[in-house]
Design a protein. Structure first.
Length: 174
């Protein structure tokens, strides 16, 4: 139990002091792929650019300027479907990490619209479709081992779509 006198004068801990709370984290099992919180957009030198991020994939349009020159917007389809525009997003991430058209880069995925779990979904979807991880659970574990606070595993809509992608890949119409 914390005593009140212990709280006097204490400032909240820096994010770097809380495991898994950094404003941007590299996916440990997939170098070059980063999960970023909205705060990383406010402090790009600390959150993104200083870590070598060259490309940004945003789940939905950003409400501010992208800190990188290479930016891809991923939006849900008009009917709300998640996989409709996934091919372009996966191509963007793959080409950046593999260095298509030049030097290899680092990609950060962020979402201002639906929170960090939406960005985590895009990373897991990329791992399922492009990296051919063994199972959806392995893709989710890759994200949550880097970001323990992620609720990707319990998000029903994202889990359903990841299972669909694992079984079927990205549909031709997407």
């Amino acid at each position: 139990m914390v005593r009140l006198e212990e709280l006097d004068g204490d400032a909240p801990p820096d994010l770097e002091e809380i495991p898994g709370a950094e404003i941007s984290v590299e996916i440990k099992s997939h170098p070059g792929l980063w999960l970023a919180s909205e705060a990383a957009l406010d402090e790009p030198k600390v959150g993104l650019l200083d870590k070598g991020v060259t490309h940004l994939l945003s789940f939905g349009a950003l409400r501010r300027a992208s800190p990188t020159r290479r930016h891809q917007v991923y939006e849900r389809a008009e009917n709300g479907a998640l996989v409709t525009h996934l091919r372009a997003a996966c191509d963007f991430v793959r080409e950046a990490i593999e260095g298509g058209g030049g030097a290899r880069g680092n990609v950060a995925v962020v979402s201002e619209e639906e929170g960090e779990d939406a960005a985590a979904f895009l990373i897991a979807a990329f791992l399922v479709v492009e990296k051919r991880v063994e199972t959806v659970d392995d893709a989710v574990a890759a994200v949550t081992s880097s970001r323990p606070s992620s609720e990707l595993a319990t998000h029903k809509e994202f889990a359903k779509n990841l299972k669909f992608l694992a079984r079927n890949g990205i549909p031709d119409w997407a």
